[in-house]
Design a protein around this ligand. Structure first.
Ligand code: FES
Length: 154
């Protein structure tokens, strides 16, 4: 499926502070916009794993990747690509110790976000299949995001 046309979702002032977030419904899909280190990210709000409230998770830097940590099972998802990261283990001096961080690939869909003088625009990515598609439209899963400040439907 082709990507949807970009739609206006917010004024620049709505997301100008570090750490600011908006949880929105665009074309019935629940998405989260988040500013981290002066960059705006956009991704499916509901976690691909079991429908958890990923969009309200804490942000952590892991192996030089900005990640959001799902509050339900602590999965780490990169903000930029929606990849799930995990830390391998290795043997050192006969003991198992934490190893390198690795990716299992994209699990959470990310979307294109553009900041312009006339506002912030989102273009939903719809190509192929990403696991988070399964939960992306489920209102019951998005309730925590809605309660924390959804601003409307576009
Ligand atoms: S629902 Fe399990 S990690 Fe998000």
């Amino acid at each position: 499926m082709e990507d949807a046309p970009a739609v206006w979702v917010a004024n620049a002032a709505d997301l100008d502070e570090e750490g600011s977030r908006l949880h929105l419904q665009v074309k019935d899909r629940y998405i989260t916009l988040l500013r981290h280190k002066n960059f705006l990210y956009c991704f499916d709000s509901v976690c691909f794993h079991a429908g958890g409230p990923l969009g309200v998770g804490d942000i952590e830097e892991v192996a030089n990747h900005a990640c959001i940590k799902c509050p339900w099972h602590n999965y780490l998802i990169t903000l930029e690509t929606g990849e799930k990261l995990y830390q391998g283990v290795q043997m050192k001096d006969g003991k198992m110790v934490p190893g390198k961080w690795q990716s299992v690939g994209q699990k959470q869909r990310t979307h294109v976000v553009v900041e312009r003088a006339d506002g912030i625009f989102v273009q939903l990515k719809q190509d192929g299949k990403v696991e988070s598609d399964e939960y992306a439209f489920k209102r019951e899963c998005a309730q925590m995001m809605i309660a924390s400040g959804s601003t409307g439907k576009y």
